[in-house]
Write a protein that binds this ligand. Structure first.
Ligand SMILES: Nc1ncnc2c1ncn2[C@@H]1O[C@H](COP(=O)(O)OP(=O)(O)OP(=O)(O)O)[C@@H](O)[C@H]1O
Length: 392
């Protein structure tokens, strides 16, 4: 139904989709997951022909979206993140408009619109202006326009955003029922929604495919293990000894002892190993009754975080490094500033000293000059006196 090959999308120098390839068979619901900015909307926009790819191909129902856009688009119903609604149209007018654009035959149009309105439960608001509808109803109208004409492929970007819990359940049920006749790609941040609705999950991060599998199988990709949480009555040493005889336990975690004589612990074993029976018999042999036993499985949230964690850790490490580097830079700057200040002060001191010396020299020079002048004057006066005495 869909074949995406080596898709690349660059916004300037920024790589939003990085060599993404995947296929999707008819009648399947594929959940498209990824953190903010992972490239989900970009990929959907390329598959639906909204934007072009930098490299790679997307083929829908045998039609290349780039080379046969009309044929390909006829097979696609798209609900973008922000539904393209016309607020001044009534719901019916808008759906008529959507049917017109999708070239639904005139003879089929009325029935098609009525069916779709029934499916999305908006018949009772068919004559209302879209701008007067609540967010939840607007979302349903957006979904209705995607379904009009019964395209084989539905691409739904965050279809339950802004809906109340009741509406979410209804839309999920609707999506499930639509999968009988449609292939669906659904992007969502709500991980529980993806596991509830989708046959398969595809996680992307930074434009790259990280993993694709059924929701149940996903934990295998992170070397997942089974956890078994227990509350056992008895002595810790006795319980420990009894459990040590069981094959397949990879790790035991004891919780702090809150209640005298009751031990709480979690046993971990390999993904395929079921240790429940062995645990039961081992503990009953030593007469330590099990008060509670429950399997703990990784949630999709845990798996999602685990799979995208490496990058997050890297980001944290880069951040830490940057902070350290900033600190070093700051220290260097302070040091440089201090050195420069010291240098300026020393320079100013030298200049002042030189100036003072020059002044002193000038003063001394002046003194010498004055002395000389006085001496000359005195000598002239003496000569005058001698001359005067000679005359007498
Ligand atoms: N028109 C654009 N110009 C430049 N960068 C863009 C453009 N559209 C998207 N991007 C960038 O490409 C990256 C992928 O964006 P995209 O919207 O596909 O992510 P997303 O997985 O759908 O995120 P979200 O879950 O937040 O909607 C982001 O870093 C985004 O900022």
């Amino acid at each position: 139904m869909i074949e995406v090959k080596n898709l690349v999308k660059k916004y300037g120098d920024y790589l939003a989709v990085d060599d993404l390839s995947f296929t999707l068979e008819k009648g399947r619901i594929l959940g498209f997951l990824g953190p903010n900015g992972a490239g989900k909307s970009t990929t959907m926009n390329i598959i639906t022909g909204y934007i072009s790819a930098t490299e790679g191909t997307a083929v829908v129902n045998g039609y290349d979206i780039y080379h046969q856009p009309e044929e390909a688009k006829k097979c696609i119903g798209y609900l973008p993140e922000i539904p393209p609604l016309y607020p001044d149209m009534t719901v019916r007018e808008y759906l008529n408009f959507a049917a017109d654009i999708k070239k639904v035959k005139r003879s089929d149009r009325e029935t098609n619109i009525t069916d779709v309105m029934n499916m999305t439960k908006i018949s009772h608001v068919s004559e209302r202006l879209i701008k007067h509808l609540s967010k939840g109803y607007k979302q349903r109208v957006g979904l209705a326009q995607a379904i009009i004409g019964y395209p084989e492929l539905l691409i739904l970007d965050e279809p339950t955003v802004g809906l109340d819990p009741m509406q979410i359940i209804e839309i999920r049920d609707l999506i499930r029922s639509l999968s009988k006749n449609h292939t669906i790609i659904l992007s969502s941040h709500i991980l529980s929604e993806v596991s509830a609705v989708c046959d398969e999950v595809m996680i992307i991060n930074k434009g790259k495919l990280i993993v694709r599998d059924t929701p149940d199988n996903l934990s295998k990709h992170i070397g997942g293990s089974n956890g078994l949480h227990l509350q056992v009555k008895g002595e810790k040493e006795v319980i420990q000894k009894a459990l040590s005889s069981i094959e397949g336990i990879t790790q035991i975690e004891y919780e702090p002892n809150e209640q005298e004589g009751i031990i709480k612990l979690t046993l971990y074993s390999g993904e395929e190993t079921d240790i429940r029976e062995s645990v039961f018999f081992a503990l009953s042999d030593v007469r330590c009754p099990i008060l509670d036993m429950a399997s703990t499985t990784m949630s999709l949230e845990d798996i999602f975080l685990e799979l995208t964690q490496e990058d997050t850790n890297q980001i944290e490490r880069v951040k830490e490094k940057t902070v350290q580097e900033d600190k070093v830079h700051e220290e260097a700057e302070v040091h440089e500033e201090a050195e420069a200040k010291e240098e300026t002060e020393a320079k100013e001191e030298t200049e002042a000293k030189e100036e003072a010396e020059a002044q002193e020299e000038a003063e001394a020079q002046e003194e010498v000059t004055v002395h000389r002048k006085v001496a000359i004057q005195e000598r002239a006066e003496q000569k005058e006196e001698e001359k005067h005495a000679g005359d007498i």
